[in-house]
Design a protein around this ligand. Structure first.
Ligand code: GLU
Length: 313
């Protein structure tokens, strides 16, 4: 048993890649007879839209995914995140950073060694009191960063095997005062008793950061399965512009819900092409050890019956 979750950000409609990850996360949990939780990662006020929260839940339910208990919304849990940040600050593990996003991009070299892309190079780590005062006087609002001391974290991912990554001085609280994703996810997964995090492998780089934060906060760490992303026909990460990428698009183009679930299942090597299926049908077929390590390229952007190029090796 390992309780799982799906944690979308309500920034728009879920696309087939999101639905596929949600389906895999649900299969991991339900096949093990575990709880499956839904959390809306709606911390960013600029992208918080109730209509997306509603539409995302509607689409997950439509493809046959169910979840236990109330849906948790991060926007209602700010106190917990600030308490965790205060705890780290009281332990001397944070510092204010005055860099703009642009400055970080310019200063961050291409990924180096075990560091993630855009790893923060530590520009503000050793500012003197006078240097801080100078920046504040110039009206710069600081973000708060973790003093990670270049620690390296290793973990075993159920899809990717042994992964090692260095932790950079990640942001804990943004300049606008909003707690950062990496912090909130760690606090929430622990508070909700999540034992297995199944998510897109675009977040693989963040996992060493999150495991390190969990250790610093004395929180239990979940295990991980990072599922390959879905790509559009041009090889870029699937996006709205590819067309035909949401459930609504597919239904409008004449596909059925079981057709869409069958297409996702085929992309996971769990079904033959064109086989209509429900999520429950897949419970007996799902084998976490046989998940593909390669991305799935969606070749039918306009919603015609699919021609998946799933790697079933
Ligand atoms: N909210 C994140 C996203 O939609 C996922 C977070 C996670 O699964 O840890 O990309």
């Amino acid at each position: 048993m390992a309780d799982g979750r799906f944690a979308p950000s309500p920034t728009g409609d879920l696309h087939l890649g999101n639905l596929r990850t949600a389906l895999v996360a649900w299969l991991f949990a339900r096949r093990a007879g575990s709880r499956f939780l839904l959390r809306m990662e709606d911390l960013d006020p600029a992208t918080r839209h109730e209509r997306h929260v509603v539409a995302q839940q509607r689409d997950l339910a439509a493809i046959g995914l169910d979840w236990d208990g109330e849906v948790v919304c991060q926007s209602a849990r700010l106190d917990r995140y600030h308490a965790a940040i205060d705890h780290l600050t009281a332990s001397g593990l944070t510092y204010p950073c005055y860099c703009t996003r642009r400055e970080v991009h310019e200063a961050a070299a291409a990924p180096q060694g075990p560091y993630p892309a855009l790893a923060y190079p530590g520009t503000c780590r050793h500012l003197s009191v006078a240097e801080r005062a100078e920046r504040e006087a110039a009206g710069r609002l600081p973000a708060l960063r973790l003093r990670a001391d270049g620690v390296t974290v290793r973990f075993t991912d159920r899809c990717r095997g042994l992964v090692e990554g260095a932790v950079d001085d990640l942001v804990l609280r943004r300049r606008d005062g909003v707690p950062a994703y990496n912090l909130a996810v760690v606090v929430d997964d622990a508070a909700q008793g999540v034992e297995e995090v199944v998510r897109g492998d675009d977040l693989l780089d963040s996992t060493p950061r999150q495991l390190h934060l969990a250790a610093l906060l004395g929180l239990p760490a979940p295990c991980h399965a990072h599922v390959p992303l879905v790509l559009g026909p041009d090889g870029a990460r699937l996006a709205k512009r590819h067309g035909g990428v949401t459930l609504a698009d597919r239904l409008a183009a004449g596909q059925t819900v079981t057709g869409v679930v069958g297409m996702l299942a085929a992309s996971l090597g769990l079904a033959d092409r064109g086989e209509p299926l429900t999520a429950v049908d897949l419970l007996d077929r799902f084998d976490p050890t046989r998940l593909s390590r390669r991305p799935w390229v969606l070749t039918d952007p306009d919603g015609r019956p699919d021609r998946p190029t799933a790697d079933r090796s």
